[in-house]
Design a protein around this ligand. Structure first.
Ligand code: ZN
Length: 65
């Protein structure tokens, strides 16, 4: 479960991306969440409830950059 997140945070998901990487950047927060794979740049969109359920943990807050 991933409940506290904001735009541009880096997160990992329960299931790694098909490219083998499990680090994503949140690029849109709204009714739908968009995340971008940090390795291959693939963008995935899902609704907020789905994102919370599929999210694993926060890797890095955006403000830590
Ligand atoms: Zn990828």
């Amino acid at each position: 479960m991933l409940e506290n997140f904001s735009l541009y945070d880096s997160v990992s998901m329960r299931k790694p991306h098909a490219c083998g990487t499990n680090e994503w950047t949140i690029i849109r927060v709204g009714a739908d969440i968009k995340i971008k794979c940090n390795a291959c740049g693939r963008i995935v969109m899902m609704d907020r409830a789905d994102f919370i359920k599929r999210g694993k943990r926060l890797i890095k807050k955006a403000e830590d950059k």
